[in-house]
Design a protein around this ligand. Structure first.
Ligand code: F0G
Length: 469
């Protein structure tokens, strides 16, 4: 048992703690989100970040070579929640690239060296999710989970499916009838996950799977969405790799698309910890970019002025917005299907990250997303639409003068260009191949490994039957 790591409620008025071997996605006392925290005094903390460089020469060799090979676990001293290194489930995730994007920067009026793109689409399943999934699967293995599940706009399901296959666990993914791109759906099916399409959007799917995983423990389903605090521990490594690629110097800005707000939350935690440990001098500023068709964070942050306020943020503001959405029967709608989310579960942690990193929030239209995605493809090496939002948002912030022309900006490209080729083809040709909104099979599939998706009503009994519970 790891005695230096524990789970803690993020609500400062509560701060209840839980053991690292407990399976929780919220506080039992006040229902707030949980953090994974460490008693650093009991742990071997590196004296400076260059310590990690010795792992470049040991990757793939010796007992820990498989960990040194991973872009997440070569920083394992920064996420030491596991009991033993044997617990760690890795598929070689996080070997991604920070590109100095001078050609694209020139188009946007930036000086050479000032625009950098962090290509998280180069992960094994093609998105940043693998950084978090390796950590959550490690925890799932520690607690003996056999079944894992998530709701997803596509990338989480692809990542869960590949890790479940490697870890020999049963993977169940819930996708909604919003949009899912063919690239992502094909991965979940190929990697063998039970794929269930519920008649409802992402937010409805997440509510269902959360209920099934949390309130029905007898089913033994381990929840892999980013409410799972272990996911975020792995996603911190995206920031470590950016620092590594820059000789351990912080950039001025990190710009990231916001959906369920797990990624930006993880970034805030990474920098808060690095600062606390004296491993960096400067914390970069954070910009979180919503799509206009799914702009909950932007509305709350910029219209309602909602702030972290040392954890004492006003929940009624959020409840009011959500009640209004219900009343209007509002459903998010954006070409960036990955971030088509209107009730981001990590909202409080995102507010905290915005506080830690002196952050800003913006929204960008679908047209801005499409144009900037195409620019990344033309002058970089491509990304999916949601990732284009980060470049579009950065452009907007530069035109507003919030990001200075002399500042160094890292835009996170969260998913691979080939995740959503339909959007690309439509952009260039006008031909709309559609994303998958109804995947009830039109004819019986007959491949030896055909993994038929299951379409069900948004009804608990029907869903449990589909899972085989
Ligand atoms: N970019 C891509 C490509 C994504 O797939 C997601 C989230 C985000 C950005 C937003 O990240 O949720 O941490 O704010 N996709 C999830 C999914 C929700 O189900 O694949 P976030």
């Amino acid at each position: 048992m790891n005695h230096a790591a524990f789970q803690q409620c993020i609500n400062p008025a509560c701060r209840a703690t839980y053991g690292i071997d407990e399976v929780r996605v919220s506080c039992a006392k006040c229902d707030s989100l949980l953090d994974i925290l460490y008693d650093w005094t009991k742990l071997p903390v590196p004296k400076n970040l260059s310590y990690f460089e010795h792992r470049w020469s040991t990757k793939g060799t010796g007992v820990t070579g498989r960990l040194d090979f991973s872009g997440v676990w070569r920083f394992r001293e920064m996420l030491p929640f596991y009991n033993s290194e044997d617990d760690i489930v890795t598929i070689g995730e996080g070997r991604t690239v920070l590109q100095q994007a001078d050609l694209l920067g020139r188009q946007l009026g930036m000086k050479p060296g000032n625009l950098l793109l962090q290509y998280e689409g180069l992960n094994p399943s093609g998105s940043f999710k693998d950084n978090g999934m390796t950590a959550a699967f490690t925890h799932a293995k520690m607690v003996g989970a056999k079944k894992v599940a998530c709701a997803s706009t596509g990338n989480t399901s692809a990542s869960l499916a590949v890790f479940a296959a490697f870890a020999e666990m049963k993977g169940v993914v819930f996708i909604g009838t919003g949009k899912i791109s063919f690239g992502k759906l094909s991965q979940a099916l190929d990697y063998g996950a039970l794929t269930i399409q519920i008649k409802g959007d992402f937010d409805a799917c997440l509510r269902r799977i959360r209920h099934i995983a949390v309130d029905m423990p007898e089913l033994g389903i381990y929840l892999m969405n980013s409410v799972n605090p272990f996911r975020l521990e792995g996603q911190k490594s995206i920031m470590f790799r950016i620092l590594e690629a820059r000789d351990w110097q912080s950039p001025d800005w990190i710009v990231v698309p916001g959906g369920n707000l797990g990624n930006c939350s993880a970034f805030g935690k990474a920098f808060a910890e690095l600062k606390e440990l004296g491993l960096i001098k400067k914390i970069p500023r954070l910009a979180v970019i919503n799509a206009s068709g799914a702009n909950t964070l932007n509305t709350l942050y910029n219209q309602y002025n909602l702030r972290w306020n040392d954890g004492n943020f006003d929940p009624t503001t959020i409840q009011r917005l959500y009640a209004g959405m219900d009343e209007a029967n509002y459903h998010p709608n954006t070409v960036a299907s990955a971030i088509e989310i209107s009730r981001p579960v990590n909202l409080p942690k995102a507010l905290r990250a915005l506080h830690v990193m002196d952050g800003v929030v913006r929204e960008v239209t679908d047209d801005e997303i499409l144009e900037h995605r195409a620019m990344v493809a033309r002058w970089g090496f491509g990304c999916e639409p949601a990732s284009g939002a980060s470049v579009a948002g950065m452009h907007k912030l530069m035109e507003e003068g919030v990001i200075g022309r002399d500042e160094t900006v890292v835009c996170i490209l969260t998913g691979h260009e080939l995740k959503d080729p339909n959007v690309t083809v439509k952009y260039h040709t006008g031909v709309d191949m559609k994303t998958v909104q109804d995947m009830a099979p039109r004819e019986e599939p007959h491949g030896k490994l055909s993994n038929k998706p299951v379409a069900v009503e948004d009804d608990l009994e029907a869903i449990l039957k589909a899972i085989g519970a």
